[in-house]
Design a protein around this ligand. Structure first.
Ligand code: ZN
Length: 161
């Protein structure tokens, strides 16, 4: 069995940035399950893993456009401190819910905290970054029909929606 659409795959992974810093890893945790072919993982990684078998490892570098997108300067906005009154422990990197002009909610993160204002950023924290993955394939199985229709993996006691 190989990694392809509608297979549930478990992988161990380590993710580094261009500077070689570890941004995320499954080391010391359970391998991460995902449903191949449903956008559970970034497109560039999904493409690189296609066709691998259990026990295979893979080093892949994914450009921003195949990962979390390019960095858009217009996603950065400075808002008065008054607008975030009532939020405790305001800190850099913290995620906040914001609204666009139509009232649709979206998530921003705090980029900078000044005396009277804060700078918020609607870009994904990894936007603009080339991501370097080291992946090993731990298991592959057929997905259940329900998993395919939901577009994600169902694991006992760990069912995200
Ligand atoms: Zn589900």
């Amino acid at each position: 069995m190989t990694v392809k659409k509608d297979k549930v795959v478990e992988m161990h992974y380590t993710l580094k940035n261009d500077a070689g810093e570890v941004l995320d890893t499954s080391d010391g945790k359970d391998p991460m399950p995902f449903l191949q072919g449903h956008g559970n993982i970034i497109p560039g990684l999904e493409k690189a893993l296609e066709g691998l078998k259990v026990g295979d490892t893979c080093d892949v570098s994914v450009k921003p456009e195949d990962a979390y997108g390019k960095y858009h300067d217009e996603g950065v906005q400075e808002i008065p401190m008054d607008a975030v009154q009532g939020i405790d422990n305001l800190q850099i990197g913290m995620q906040l819910q914001s609204q666009d002009e139509q009232g649709n909610p979206f998530v921003v993160h705090v980029k900078e905290i000044k005396d009277e204002s804060i700078v918020i950023d609607a870009n994904h924290p990894l936007a603009g970054e080339t991501l370097h993955f080291n992946v090993s394939i731990e298991s592959i199985r057929d997905a259940e029909a329900e998993e395919i229709s939901h577009g994600h993996v169902h694991t006992p006691g760990h069912h995200h929606h």
